[in-house]
Structures are given as C-alpha cells and as structure tokens.
Ligand binder design. Structure first.
Ligand code: ZN
Length: 280
C-alpha cells in the first residue's frame, strides 16, 4: 500500500493511493497515518479494504507521509562513497544523530533557507518508518518492526553542522529541513530495501545518482542497532544516510540559494520537489 496524508498543514486526511493513481480517503477507518494504524494489525485492516469503496479525494497538498513521529533519527556517513567525498572514514559502527521532528514537512512544500545560512545542502535518503515498538531486537527480526519506507530529504546546513561547535543536530533540524513522503510504502511492496535506485537533481541537473546497495549498515542492522540504545516507537522515522553527490563534496563546493528547485526520488517510493526560499 501507498499511504499518504492529503490536505493543508495541520488538516491532513489519511489516504491511500489506489492502483489507478486515485487518492482514496481513509478517514472513515483511521484518524491518521500514525500509531496503531501502521502497526502490523492496523496495516492488515487497511489492506483488507477495497480502495474502490473509499471516497475519492482531489489531489492537493501532500503532507508528510506519517504523523506522530516521536523521533527522527539519522545515520551519518552510511555510504562508503559519500564518506569518501566528505573526507571522513567509514565509522566502525553507525554514527547517529537526531533531526528535530519540528523540521518535518510535506514532500513538495517549500524549504526555508535559514537566516545566516550560506551552506544549505541536499541529501536524498531512504526513510524507514517504524510500525511496532522495538527494544533489543535482533537483526534477523528487525524488519518485523518496520511498517514501510519513504523518501526522506535530509536537508543540511553545513556551516551550522560542522563549523559551529558540538555535534550535527543544529545543522539538521532547521524548520522544513525534513521533507518525508509522498507515501509511506508498506514493506510488502519493497522486495529488497538494499537495492533501490536513489537520485537527486538541482534545477534539473543530476547531483546524486546512487543506490541503497552501497549502504554500509543496512536497514535491518540499523533498526536492531538503534533498538539496543532506545525503544523505537510506531511513527518514528530513521533516515539511513545519503549516497555521494552532495554539495559539500563538490569541488568547488555548491550550496542552495533562494529559487533553486530540488527534485529527488527513490525507486518504488515516489518523488519529491521543493523550491528553496529565504526564511525571512
Ligand atoms: Zn543524512
């Protein structure tokens, strides 16, 4: 299933995309794409519905594909070729950092370049949405706790991230720096999360063209790993790292300016498109 949230900010309705590309209203069945609705039992109930019997919604703004996200956890330097372009070594175990959940926006919403920013950068990433509370889970069982996947844009301000002391969170958490969606694609539709093409363009020019194949620590490992340190809850999102081609790694470096348009996508998970604008 491709689950989504459609409507103006704060008024999104839960919905699913049917086989004909029509948006079907789920608000008669669940209050949101969140919590129990994305548990294994909740997803089974939604899967049993006949989409044709659900009211059709007109296309409009698409919201973030999941609500009620308590934690937005990112994995740093998780593609060997991206680590190389940043001059960093592949870490001996996953580097994790947090992105504030207040950064979450819809996949096509405008992204704000924060005040004082000169180094706003892009990162296409595979997002993993948790569907069931995970604590001390094994790698073998880890995918049982995953509801599905989405496109995640880990927008990053490199000066805030690396030149302003401390760790990375302040360069990752600015308002609108977390577009997720358009869909939460349930995991039954993704045969192998470690074999998905990933791409990103700036103003039509391809910047990133990679695959989740070159991820160092794969989805199952990462879910298991994180669950050794903290419980993961339904609606939590893990952004699993970016392939090479970010602006910071270019020579000369290249960063986003007001008016730039970024498009990104992952095989089977849909696409996003954002216009960048100054946060006045
Ligand atoms: Zn990232």
């Amino acid at each position: 299933m491709k689950l989504m949230r459609v409507g103006e900010i704060g008024q999104e309705k839960p919905a699913m995309l049917d086989a004909d590309g029509k948006i079907r209203d789920l608000s008669g069945h669940v209050s949101d794409i969140a919590g129990a609705a994305i548990s294994p039992e909740g997803l089974a109930k939604l899967a049993a519905l006949d989409p044709k019997t659900l009211p059709e919604l007109q296309p409009g703004r698409i919201g973030a594909c999941v609500a009620g996200t308590g934690k937005f956890i990112c994995i740093g330097l998780n593609f060997s070729d991206h680590a190389a372009e940043t001059g960093a070594a592949v870490p001996p175990e996953p580097v994790i950092f947090m992105k504030a959940t207040s950064a979450i926006v819809g996949p096509n919403d405008n992204v704000l370049i924060p005040r004082g920013s000169e180094k706003t950068d892009w990162e296409v990433e595979l997002g993993v949405v948790i569907g069931k509370t995970a604590k001390y889970v094994s790698e073998a069982d880890a995918l049982d706790y995953v509801a599905g996947y989405c496109v995640s844009h880990d927008v990053s301000e490199r000066a805030f991230q690396t030149e302003r002391a401390g760790q990375w969170t302040k360069g990752k958490s600015c308002d609108t720096f977390g577009p997720i969606g358009p869909w939460l694609v349930t995991k039954d539709e993704i045969a192998d999360p470690q074999n998905l093409g990933m791409w990103l363009k700036v103003n039509g020019e391809t910047m990133q063209n990679g695959s989740s194949k070159t991820m160092v620590y794969g989805v199952a490992f990462v879910v298991s790993y994180l669950s050794q340190f903290m419980s993961l809850h339904p609606g939590d999102v893990i952004s699993t790292g970016t392939p090479p081609g970010v602006g910071m790694g270019m020579k000369p470096q290249r960063f986003l300016r007001a008016g730039d348009v970024v498009e990104l996508g992952i095989e089977g998970l849909g696409t996003q498109k954002q216009t960048f604008q100054a946060d006045l």
